[in-house]
Write a protein that binds this ligand. Structure first.
Ligand code: PMP
Length: 408
């Protein structure tokens, strides 16, 4: 198969072609925080407001029909992209965080009894920890944590060992945002099911970097964010198995989520609409639809191979820098490199790299338990997307070598 042409793909992303105020070329290596948007996504949002702006599902006029069509088309694209059996299994949310909170409040909370267990892993993002702590507090349930290994991996044996007949739900990342670890999700889901629990995957970091098929995985819930998939911020989705969504009470009350309303009682709309109260982010759906079209236009298998090669090269070149230590070295990891350098604060690494036009992330990456596990206050984190090139890696390495010379 022909190799993926990242230089070509760069041209699809206007922000990557724009010089920084310093006149330097932007080297954007903070893709785990958010990805850049191709022109087609920017135009879909613009086009929606110019030519279709109206409220959805409510009016019969032309614009409302156009808006509804664009809004609902994204649901079909998401269902196909994630491998869902039906479009009704796709609930629009504000993103991954909102999707996990929905499951915590509407699936878990009504079922949890005192002493029941919620199983997480030590590498979760705060958005896959805090919602569970909240329902645990409200119900007397317990949060149980699967430890991670020294390389940042999660072993299926450790996961099995923490499952019990009290486990109601197991929730875990597909890819760790702080370490890049890819979790053995298929085995974890099967083990959770054997123990009588349901499984939720936090797919925030996965959707742009590996193939996702919720039906093949047999996962019960899958949460994702549009902005990590070259789409809009504040818009994403929850996949849920139809029978589970059907049995869940709604999340928020309001317009669009009802069937009939009277003061003697209200009946709810069907899934997914019963979870979508109020006027939604219609432009967000139009834009996310365009980002799915964008990734579908690429040879994704070639993209993922390309990202792995870039990761392998960057890892080798970073390991050659004196005093630099990579945290998270699990086999088969995704394009995220967390690291520390002797004698330099992560924050200073980020600031100095920014001066040379290289954008990375520093801090705890919303995964404070991971920092605790590896006994570091913070790490610097490089994260790749399909438009990153060897020139980006060269700029990163040059920046790191100069930091090493100053501080080393
Ligand atoms: N989980 C993981 C693994 C993430 O990387 C992120 C985003 N940093 C989230 C959850 C939260 O996503 P959002 O802020 O879009 O809701």
């Amino acid at each position: 198969a022909p190799a993926f042409d990242a230089e070509r793909a760069r041209e699809d992303f206007p922000i990557l072609l724009e010089a920084l105020p310093s006149g330097r070329r932007l080297v954007y290596l903070d893709n785990a925080a958010t990805t850049q948007k191709p022109l087609s996504v920017i135009e879909a949002s613009d086009d929606y407001y110019r030519h279709a702006n109206a409220n959805v599902h409510r009016a019969i006029h032309t614009l409302s029909q156009r808006a509804t069509q664009q809004y609902e088309a994204c649901r079909d694209k998401l269902a196909a992209f994630l491998g869902a059996g039906s479009r009704d299994e796709i609930v629009y949310t504000r993103g991954t965080t909102d999707a996990i909170n929905l499951v915590a409040q509407c699936y878990a909370r009504p079922r949890l009894q005192s002493g029941d267990e919620i199983l997480l892993t030590e590498l979760e993002h705060h958005s896959n920890i805090v919602p569970w702590q909240m329902v645990a507090e409200a119900t007397g349930a317990k949060v149980v944590v699967v430890p991670i290994g020294d390389d940042g991996s999660v072993s299926i044996e450790d996961f099995r060992a923490k499952l019990s007949d009290r486990t109601v739900i197991a929730a875990f990342a597909h890819i760790s945002n702080s370490l890049g670890t890819v979790l053995p999700v298929a085995d974890m889901i099967a083990a959770a099911h054997e123990a009588g629990a349901v499984a939720l995957i936090d797919g925030a970091q996965a959707v742009a970097h590996l193939p996702v098929d919720v039906t093949a995985l047999d996962v019960d819930f899958y949460a994702m964010s549009g902005h990590k998939l070259f789409g809009p911020t504040g818009f994403g989705a929850l996949y849920g198995k139809r029978e589970l969504l059907d049995a869940m009470p709604p999340y928020q009350g309001g317009g669009d989520m009802i069937d009939t309303v009277s003061f003697s009682g209200t009946t709810y709309n069907d899934v997914p609409y019963k979870f979508e109260a109020g006027t939604p982010n219609i432009a967000g759906a139009a834009a996310l639809g365009a980002s799915i079209d964008y990734v579908n236009s690429l040879d994704l298998a070639a993209v993922f191979d390309y990202e792995h090669e870039l990761l392998a090269r960057a890892t080798r070149e970073m390991e050659a820098i004196d005093g630099l230590r990579i945290i998270g070295t699990a086999p088969g990891k995704a394009g995220i490199i967390s690291f520390v350098m002797d004698g330099v604060h992560a924050h200073d690494i980020g600031t100095l790299l920014d001066e040379s036009g290289v954008a990375i992330r520093t801090g705890h990456h919303c995964a404070m338990p991971v920092m605790e596990r590896f006994d570091v206050p913070a790490t610097a984190r490089v994260s790749f997307a399909l438009y990153n090139t060897q020139a980006d890696v060269d700029a990163l390495i040059a920046g790191l070598e100069s930091i090493q010379r100053i501080f080393g």
